[in-house]
Design a protein around this ligand. Structure first.
Ligand code: COS
Length: 386
C-alpha cells in the first residue's frame, strides 16, 4: 500500500459493496433493533458471510487477507448507517480475533480462527473490570495455576465486554493476575476461555443509551478451569498484549467516528435541501450552510489522520501515537457532526423518526469506549515526552 490520496479501484469496490449492504440490509432494521435493544444474530451472520469477519487474517486460517485500510473502510461504511453493527464487527476483528492471530501459537490459531472468520462465531476481549477501566493494570481477576491438575483456575469478573454474551460467542481472551512481579506489581497474563466453560456466567447488559443493538456482557468467573496451554502469549505478557491490541482497536473506533460523522453529514445535507423556512430550503441559509461546511472540513481532516494511521500500521511503522490521535479526533468529529446535524433537524432531530437522533446517542460512546478521550490525550502526551 503506497501513501496515496487516491482510493484504489479495489478499495472503492469494497466501499460500494459494504455501503450497499449497510443501506439495504441494516438501515431498514436499525431503528427497531435500537428501540428493542436487540442484538441480531441473523444480521451478524450476514455480515460474516459478506467477508467482514477476519478481514485482515491470512486465508491460511480462514481469513480474507485484506489490508488494514480495507478493514477500516468496511467499519466506516457500516458506521455510516448504524453504530451497533459497526461495533460488532470492529470489536470482533480488532479485539476478538486479533489477539489470537497475533499472539497465538500455531495450534491456537488453527483451532480458533477459522470459526471466527467464517461468520459463525464471535470472540470477546475480557479486559475491563468494575474496578479496572482506564487503569487497565488494576485487574482483580486472578488465575492460579493448579499444579495437581495442570490447569489455570480463574476467579473474578469483567464488565462492558462487547460480543461476550451473545449466542454466537464461543470464547474470550481474559486478562488475569497470575502472580507478582519482582517490583511488587501484578503479573498479568492472557488466557483463552471457552464461552461454555463451567463456572463462567455471561449476562447481557441492558439499559444502554447507545449502540443498543450491539451485545455487551458482564462476566463472572467462579473457579473456571482452563488447561495450561490456554495461556495466550507468555505468562506475564498479558498487559502488553492487551495494550498492543488496543492500539489497533483505536483505529477501528476512529473508523466508527468517521463513518458516523459522514452518515450524519449526508443525512443533514439531504434534509437541509428539502426542509424550507422563510420560503427557501434551509441549506440556503448561511447559518445552516456554514454548519455543513464545518462538518465537511472536520470530516476531511479526520479521514486524513485515520488513513495515515492505517498506512503506518500497514507498513509496520510505529503507529500507536497517531492511532490515539485518530481515535480522539474522529470521536470528537463524530460528536460534533451528530450535534450540528441534530441542530439542523431542529425539533425533528429530537424524534426517533430520523436516524440523527440515534447517531447523536451513539456518538457518545466513542469518547469513552476503548480508552476515554482523556486516556488518548495521556497516551499522546507520553509520546511527546510529558
Ligand atoms: N504497547 C505495548 N506495551 C505497552 C503499551 C502499548 N501500547 N502501553 C504500555 N505498555 C507497557 C509499558 O511499556 C510498560 O512495560 P514495562 O512494565 O515492561 O515497563 C507496561 O506496559 C506498563 O505501562 P505504563 O506504565 O505506561 O502503564 P500505566 O498503568 O501507566 O497505563 C495506560 C497505561 C493508561 C495507557 C493504559 O492503562 C490504558 O491504555 N488504559 C486504558 C484502557 C482502555 O482503553 N480500556 C478500554 C477497554 S475497552 S475494550
Amino acid at each position: 500500500m503506497s501513501y496515496s490520496f487516491e482510493e484504489s479501484e479495489e478499495l472503492g469496490l469494497l466501499r460500494q459493496t459494504v455501503r450497499k449492504f449497510a443501506e439495504s440490509e441494516i438501515a431498514p432494521l436499525a431503528r427497531e433493533l435500537d428501540e428493542t435493544e436487540s442484538f441480531s444474530t441473523d444480521l451478524t451472520r450476514k455480515m460474516g458471510h459478506l467477508g467482514l469477519f477476519g478481514t485482515v487474517i491470512s486465508p491460511k486460517y480462514g481469513g480474507h487477507g485484506m489490508d488494514y485500510l480495507s478493514y477500516i473502510i468496511a467499519v466506516e461504511e457500516l458506521a455510516r448507517v448504524d453504530g451497533s453493527q459497526a461495533a460488532t464487527i470492529a470489536a470482533h476483528n480488532s479485539l476478538g480475533a486479533a489477539p489470537i492471530y497475533y499472539y497465538g501459537t500455531e495450534e491456537q490459531k488453527k483451532k480458533y480462527l477459522p470459526s471466527l472468520c467464517d461468520g459463525s462465531s464471535l470472540w470477546g476481549f475480557g479486559l475491563t473490570e468494575p474496578e479496572a477501566g482506564s487503569d487497565a493494570q488494576g485487574s482483580k481477576t486472578t488465575a492460579v495455576f493448579d499444579e495437581r491438575t495442570r490447569e489455570w483456575v480463574i476467579n473474578g469478573s469483567k464488565i462492558w465486554i462487547t460480543n461476550s454474551a451473545s449466542e454466537m460467542t464461543v470464547g474470550l481472551t481474559v486478562q488475569a493476575v497470575t502472580g507478582r512481579r519482582p517490583d511488587g506489581r501484578a503479573e498479568l497474563s492472557c488466557l483463552i476461555v471457552p464461552a461454555d466453560a463451567p463456572g463462567l456466567t455471561r449476562r447481557a447488559m441492558k439499559g444502554k443509551m447507545m449502540w443498543r443493538a450491539s451485545n455487551t456482557g458482564e462476566l463472572y468467573f467462579d473457579n473456571v478451569r482452563v488447561p495450561q496451554d490456554a495461556l495466550l502469549g507468555k505468562q506475564g505478557e498479558g498487559f502488553k498484549i492487551m495494550m498492543e491490541t488496543l492500539d489497533g482497536g483505536r483505529l477501528s473506533i476512529g473508523a466508527m467516528g468517521l463513518g458516523l460523522a459522514k452518515g450524519a453529514l449526508a443525512m443533514t445535507i439531504k434534509y437541509a435541501k428539502e426542509r424550507k423556512t422563510f420560503g427557501v430550503p434551509i441549506a440556503q441559509h448561511q447559518a445552516v450552510a456554514f454548519k455543513l461546511a464545518e462538518m465537511a472540513t472536520r470530516i476531511e481532516a479526520a479521514e486524513g489522520l485515520l488513513y495515515k494511521a492505517c498506512w503506518l500500521r500497514q507498513n509496520n511503522k510505529p503507529y500507536a501515537k497517531v492511532a490515539a490521535m485518530a481515535k480522539l479526533y474522529c470521536s470528537e468529529v463524530a460528536e460534533f457532526a451528530a450535534r450540528e446535524g441534530q441542530q439542523t433537524f431542529g425539533g425533528y432531530g429530537l424524534m426517533k423518526e430520523y436516524p440523527i437522533e440515534r447517531f447523536y446517542r451513539d456518538a457518545a460512546l466513542l469518547r469513552i469506549g476503548e480508552g476515554t478521550s482523556e486516556i488518548q490525550r495521556l497516551v499522546i502526551s507520553r509520546y511527546l515526552g510529558c
